[in-house]
Ligand binder design. Structure first.
Ligand code: SF4
Length: 436
């Protein structure tokens, strides 16, 4: 009899990609995807980076009791499962399977076991991705893990505890996987890792990330390459030059700064200071013509004074980020920062967030406005969700651009657009030509 699974994913690109693996593995074993209400197994891939993600997960789990009563296996995997282990079942006893971040290659047999009695499998004894099937979200874009886990132990972050120590995949394995995606029609390859700039440093004594970009660029000409996430301590001139000199690599770098005060950066354990960050941001703009720089910024870290916060605003202004993702500090149990005391009052956090957002929005709007009148290459993602009369595409600098729909389906096609207008978050344009 055909077995059916439903997948619910919470969190970041890494989790979305894990879900693609889980789906690929189950489909290889003959399972078919369906909605939770008609599934034999409902699998939740979870996140624990923020408290809100945990709350959402438990609320969703509570709603699955009726599905469980109909006989479905309820499985929870990913970061929260890794962090909570057996404790997760104390809070949600209707969960049959808890599986950690290194355990999903065995998902099919774990589900079978869990159908006979509760299972908790969270050992972190390594994760090999070689040859594992992976279902593609879209034919024209793919995500390929190059490093897994993290050795940085930033004081506020749970990732090293739930994803384990950093491991890099061998170059041949990455090439093989990218090759398979490109053969299947991928036009854009997104390289994933908690810290892509330290790719193979542990194994080979020096980072091979710049080499990887060059090798992929020459092996797959015409394919767009993107990567996330870079770490300001490890992001160096070699990588900048590889971006500049490899035509396939898009002119977009996500380089999380987190704060602009040396005191706060040190308390966060980030391993760089404000001047080092600024020098790298300026060097990147010199080396890579017309590059877009995006970042993550946290406000309200324990002990953050008004002076510290002003230093963050100054650094943001100096770096002129095209895009910034902003967060309020939220202590995560088990991390050193949780022991520092969450001492910035909520109203101060709110006020700082409002001031920071005002600045980052202004910078984004200016960056978008500077695109008006230019012709840009863009990859069409599909019909716009906001307005079905338009296509939405992403430029190499990762700006969304909307342009009028034609009869021909342009999803997954490379186009050239003339940018005719800018909004707060996106561009409007006119199709000039379809490139391929
Ligand atoms: S670099 Fe820091 S913030 Fe990023 S995953 Fe590693 S520990 Fe977390």
């Amino acid at each position: 009899m055909e077995r059916k699974f439903a997948l619910l994913t919470f969190g970041c690109q890494m989790n979305i990609h894990d879900s693609e693996r889980v789906a690929g593995l189950l489909e290889r074993e003959g399972w078919v995807e369906t909605e939770p209400e008609s599934a034999d197994a409902v699998i939740l891939i979870t996140c624990c980076v923020r408290e809100s993600a945990e709350r959402k997960l438990y609320a969703r789990l509570a709603g699955l009791r009726t599905v469980k009563e109909k006989g479905a296996v309820i499985a929870v995997g990913g970061c929260l499962a890794q962090k909570e282990g057996e404790r997760l079942r104390e809070r949600a006893p209707h969960v049959d399977l808890v599986f950690g971040t290194h355990r999903y290659p065995g998902i099919a047999s774990l589900l079978e076991k869990a159908a006979r009695g509760a299972v908790c499998s969270t050992s972190m004894d390594g994760l090999s991705l070689r040859g594992l099937p992976c279902r593609k979200r879209e034919g024209f874009r793919c995500w390929v893990t190059i490093t897994n886990g993290c050795d940085n132990f930033c004081t506020y972050c749970v990732v090293p505890y739930v994803r384990g120590r950093e491991m890099s995949r061998p170059l041949e394995e990455v090439l093989e996987e990218v090759g398979a995606h490109v053969a299947g029609g991928a036009r854009e390859v997104n390289l994933l890792g908690q810290n892509v700039d330290s790719y193979r440093r542990k194994e080979e004594g020096r980072s091979r990330f710049a080499d990887l970009l060059r090798i992929l660029g020459s092996s797959f000409p015409g394919v767009w390459l993107r990567f996330t996430t870079s770490h300001p301590r490890d992001f160096d001139l070699e990588v900048m030059r590889a971006i500049a000199e490899t035509p396939g690599v898009c002119e977009y770098v996500h380089l999380p700064v987190q704060a602009g005060s040396d005191r706060v950066l040190e308390a966060m354990g980030r391993g760089y200071g404000r001047d080092e960050y600024l020098e790298k941001a300026l060097a990147l703009r010199r080396e890579v013509v017309d590059v877009a720089l995006s970042t993550d910024i946290m406000v309200g870290f324990p002990g953050e004074s008004e002076e510290d916060f002003l230093a963050t605003l100054e650094l943001v202004e100096a770096c002129r980020f095209e895009t910034a993702y902003t967060f309020v500090f939220n202590p995560r149990p088990g991390t050193p920062a949780a022991l520092l005391g969450d001492d910035v009052p909520p109203e101060v956090k709110r006020d700082r967030m409002a001031r920071l957002t005002e600045l980052t929005r202004r910078l984004t709007a200016q960056a978008l406005l500077a695109e008006v009148g230019r012709e840009r290459e863009a990859l069409v993602h599909g019909p716009s969700r906001r307005d079905s009369g338009f296509w939405v595409a992403r430029t190499r600098k990762n700006f969304p651009v909307h342009f009028q729909r034609s009869v021909e389906d342009l999803t997954g096609r490379l186009v050239r657009v003339r940018v005719t207008g800018a909004g707060s978050w996106s561009l409007r344009g006119r199709l000039v030509e379809v490139l391929g």
